[in-house]
Design a protein around this ligand. Structure first.
Ligand SMILES: NC(=O)c1ccc[n+]([C@@H]2O[C@H](COP(=O)([O-])OP(=O)(O)OC[C@H]3O[C@@H](n4cnc5c(N)ncnc54)[C@H](OP(=O)(O)O)[C@@H]3O)[C@@H](O)[C@H]2O)c1
Length: 266
C-alpha cells in the first residue's frame, strides 16, 4: 500500500482526500494545511506546513508520496525536506510562476516529481486525442469552446493549454458563462464534409483525486525525474498499443502454423 501525505485541504483537497481514502491501493496518512486547522471530515492527523517543522513531521509520519493541492508557495516550504527523504511528489497547482517551475524541475534531479495544472485523466486524454487529430489533419478548422459557472472571471487555463498544444491562436477560444456548470471543454475540428467534436465534462471535484491516484501509481514505477500527466498517460497508451501488436503478431503466427498443418499430408 502506498502511504500518502496530502498538502491542502480546501475545495479540491477535500474531494481528493475522500478518493484516496476509499482507494485500497493507498493509505492517506496525514494532511498538512496553512492554518493547521484540525477540523476535517476524516480521521487522520493534521499539521500546519512550516519549513522548520516539516522535516520532523515527515520523520515521525513517514510517507512514500505527497499530493499537493495547496498553493504555489508550498513547494518552496516542503521541497528540500522531500528531496532529502526521496519522497515522490504529485503537485496539481495550476498557477506556478516560472521560478517555481524551475525549482520543481530541479527537484526532478533527485526525486520523482509530477506537476500537472490539469490533473483529470479525461482532459489529458482529450489533449492527446486532439493533438493526434491535429497532426493527421492540419488543414481542419479548429475552435475551442469552454463553458463554466457564471462567476468564473478568467478564460479557462485548460482551454488556453489546449490552444497552445494545438498551436491555434487564443482568439479561437469561446468562453460561455452559464449558471452552475462545473466545466465543459469542447474542441471542434471542422472538415469540408464532416465535423469532429471532442468533449470533456467535469462532473465533480473527485475527478482530481482519480487523476492524482493515477499519477502516484504511475510515478511509483518511474525513474527519478520530472513528469507531466500527459507524458505518463502517453506511456500507458504506448504500452497498450505494443501489447496489442504483440497479441496480433502471436495470433497471426498461430493462424499461419495451423493453416500450414492443414496443408500437410496426414
Ligand atoms: N491541476 C488541477 O486539475 C487542479 C484542480 C483543482 C485545483 N487545483 C489547484 O489546487 C489548489 C487548491 O485549490 P482549491 O480550490 O482547493 O483552493 P482552496 O479551497 O483555497 O484551498 C487551498 C488549501 O491549501 C491550503 N494552503 C494554502 N497555502 C498553503 C501553504 N503555503 N501551505 C500549506 N497549505 C496551504 C489551505 O490551507 P487552509 O485550509 O489552512 O486554509 C487550503 O486547505 C490551487 O492551486 C488550484 O489551482 C488544481
Amino acid at each position: 500500500m502506498t502511504r500518502i501525505g496530502l498538502i491542502g485541504y480546501g475545495k479540491a483537497g477535500q474531494a481528493v482526500a475522500g478518493v484516496l481514502q476509499d482507494d485500497p491501493r493507498f493509505e492517506l496518512c496525514w494532511i498538512a494545511r496553512k492554518s493547521g486547522d484540525t477540523a476535517t471530515a476524516i480521521d487522520v492527523p493534521v499539521t500546519r506546513l512550516t519549513r522548520e517543522g516539516f522535516g520532523d513531521w515527515l520523520d515521525r509520519h513517514p510517507v512514500d508520496g505527497i499530493v499537493d493541492f495547496s498553493d504555489a508557495g508550498a513547494i518552496h516550504v516542503y521541497g528540500e525536506a522531500v528531496r532529502q527523504r526521496d519522497i515522490m511528489v504529485v503537485t496539481a497547482i495550476s498557477g506556478y510562476p516560472p521560478e517555481s517551475l524551475d525549482y520543481i524541475r530541479d527537484l526532478g534531479r533527485d526525486i520523482r516529481i509530477l506537476s500537472s495544472p490539469n490533473i483529470t485523466l479525461g482532459i489529458n486524454f482529450l489533449l492527446l486525442a486532439a493533438k493526434i487529430l491535429r497532426r493527421i489533419a492540419p488543414f481542419a478548422d479548429v475552435e475551442i469552446v469552454e463553458q463554466h459557472f457564471r462567476d468564473k472571471p478568467e478564460v479557462s487555463g485548460t482551454a488556453r493549454r489546449i490552444a497552445e498544444v494545438l498551436d491555434v491562436d487564443g482568439d479561437h477560444i469561446t468562453s460561455l458563462r452559464l449558471g452552475g456548470i462545473v466545466g465543459r471543454h469542447e474542441v471542434i475540428f471542422g472538415f469540408p464534409y464532416q465535423t469532429v467534436r471532442l468533449i470533456h465534462d467535469s462532473i465533480r471535484r473527485e475527478a482530481f483525486g482519480t487523476g492524482a491516484a493515477f499519477a502516484i501509481e504511475q510515478l511509483s514505477s518511474c525513474a527519478t525525474g520530472f513528469y507531466t500527466l500527459d507524458s505518463l498517460l502517453l506511456q500507458v497508451i504506448r504500452d497498450e498499443l505494443q501489447n496489442e501488436e504483440k497479441i496480433s503478431a502471436a495470433l497471426a503466427a498461430s493462424l499461419d502454423s495451423s493453416s500450414l498443418r492443414d496443408r500437410l499430408p496426414s
